[in-house]
Design a protein around this ligand. Sequence first.
Ligand code: NAP
Length: 291
Amino acid sequence: MTILDGKKVSNDIKDEIKQQVDKMKAKGEKVPHLAAVIVGNDGASLTYVGSKVRACERVGFESTMVRMSNTTSEIELLDKIEELNQDDNIDGFIIQLPLPPQINTQKVLMAVDPSKDVDGFHPENFGKMALDMSTFIPATPFGILELIDRYGVETQGKHTVVIGRSHIVGRPMSILMGRKGFPGNSTVTLTHSRTKNITQITSQADIIISALGVPNFLKAEMVKDDVVIIDVGITRVPDESSPKGYIITGDVDFENVSKKASYITPVPGGVGPMTIAMLLKNTLLAREQRM
Ligand code: NAP
């Protein structure tokens, strides 16, 4: 069994990006600049944005965190987005989700200039992805592809089962794994909360990409020998013995499933760090496209 070490691979990617940024600096070029907009005080969102800002510092990018109050109106947020769209100094930006209930998320994501949409959530970029055109692939699916690629996991002709159909992970992942090329060329089954007999489906899978957010959902008896497991789930489970009062838990019963798997991502240290590395990669791409 091989651990798909997202922490190591993401550090390799950050080193590669840093080298490119150093070259840009040496030539006197502008370095990539990522902005992150966060509305409200959600603890997990602040942690994620904090990690993104630190990752920018690590590779030599400029970064800006835009904090807006929990009572921000949709109009105020749309105005801020327009400002970022027009700001030549910003190469790419993200709107950290979830947004407070008074704001329509879809409307907000559609207001982002597609050329700065480094999260790849705008319909124009999502459509390009589905049509195999060059675009910003959403960071988490992009990170999963990169892990598969760097470890040389065979995907062609395999049966890939994706659990979860969210717009940011499950749905794009199902499209990408079915694309012509590598990674891809899989036969894909997309499952969700209305899927019947899910165990029957997962136990036929060569590759399982689990993105539902239910801790320890995928058990050893639901998978076959030599399965490849990509665990996207991140859930904070209360734990008094931990200094933070919680532990981060994936969707997969790692201890038992890993005994049957050929490759598996740990949580933490698997898909999570890859997501941030690929956001940086998309931001570098955005800068290069603006030169
Ligand atoms: P989401 O929007 O909450 O969607 C969850 C999906 O799982 C839905 O499609 C839902 O089905 C399905 N589902 C729920 N319970 C199910 C069940 N019992 N059986 C089968 N399917 C079920 O989730 P998300 O935003 O994609 O996030 C999923 C997990 O990944 C979360 O833990 C999140 O924190 C994590 N995540 C991690 C990263 C990372 O960087 N590692 C990035 C993004 C998300 P319906 O559509 O029928 O409701």
